[in-house]
Ligand binder design. Structure first.
Ligand code: PMP
Length: 299
């Protein structure tokens, strides 16, 4: 049987799953989403992702479509039906279906759509060689901390980066030259003094879950992580650079706008952070599997 999608209470063949043409997600991008990585059948950092979903919904005054524990069950059910072992689970919540009108509808039930995608482990060259990024202007709105469906500026930046032969776009504020983040990743550099820097959390960037986890892991190791803005010029002069996201975890960046960063190879700090992060994932997989076995063994 083919892949299934969950749409408002029903499990439907992915290829035929549909939403109403007056869903406000379709008409206004009036909704939010989450992407949770799945490794060996275990959801990684599920709770922080659900916390962030709750935050995005609250900021936009959209109701939870189902209670959080119910959502957790549906995620597992779809993963089981699709036999998802490794990949991502995507879920989006919109303000629901209503006649098209900008103001919030008086009565609408939040829509919930969930899909899964199998992913092969990334090509080893991603980590042995690193990737190129292209600098693009950050033309987004002022609430980038909300994981909104409205991704048009991100789409345009990513497309421009791909056309420039790069893997990702790093978004730069035009006047200050500050790098905020990537089109779908957070941006990091390692400076000559050994500082590991990433843009501070706030309204200007999406608080990436991988970013948060990595900050905690690095701090626990006594590494010199600091949340501060850095410019394009600083990034070009960095000894190392890397990006983080739930789908690729930690990827070294070895070229920015065609210029080689540091030695041109993934550096030791990036390697160490990647190992720390992979160990964190492995711990969750081990714990998740113990939990799943315990559930399966229950009469
Ligand atoms: N920034 C943006 C703009 C993103 O879209 C994403 C991925 N959704 C990230 C950063 C990385 O966030 P996470 O680590 O939660 O995947």
């Amino acid at each position: 049987m083919g892949r299934l999608a969950y749409v408002n209470g029903r499990y439907m063949p992915h290829a035929h799953a549909q939403v109403h043409i007056e869903d406000r997600g379709y008409q206004f991008a009036d909704g939010v989403y989450e992407v949770v990585p799945v490794v060996d059948g275990v959801l990684i950092d599920e709770n922080p992702h659900l916390d962030r979903l709750g935050y995005s919904l609250a900021e936009l005054k959209i109701a939870w479509p189902v209670a959080r524990p119910v959502l957790r069950l549906i995620l597992r059910e779809l993963m089981a039906r699709n036999r998802l072992r490794r990949g991502i689970i995507y879920f989006q919540v919109t303000r629901g279906v209503a006649p098209r009108d900008h103001k919030f509808p008086a009565q609408a039930k939040s829509s919930l759509v969930i899909t899964t995608k199998r992913l092969k482990p990334p090509a080893p060259s991603l980590f042995s060689e690193g990737v190129a990024v292209s600098i693009q202007p950050d033309i987004r709105w002022a609430r980038r901390d909300i994981k909104s469906l409205s991704l048009l500026p991100n789409v345009l930046a990513k497309q421009a980066a791909v056309q420039a032969g790069a893997y990702e776009a790093w978004l730069v504020e035009e006047v200050s030259g500050i790098v905020t983040e990537g089109s779908s990743t957070n941006a990091w550099i390692v400076t000559h003094s050994g500082e590991i820097a990433t843009y501070p959390r706030g309204h200007d960037i999406l608080g990436g879950i991988t970013r948060e986890t990595l900050l905690d892991l690095a701090e626990a190791q006594g590494l010199a992580v600091v949340e501060r803005a850095f410019t394009r010029d600083e990034a070009l002069a960095a000894t190392e650079a890397f990006l983080t996201s739930s789908s690729a975890f930690i990827v070294p960046v070895t070229r920015i706008d065609g210029q080689v960063i540091g030695s041109g190879k993934p550096g030791p700090v990036t390697e160490r952070l990647r190992e720390l992060y992979l160990a964190h994932v492995a711990r969750q997989v081990a714990l998740g599997q113990i939990g799943a076995n315990a559930t399966a063994a229950r009469p």
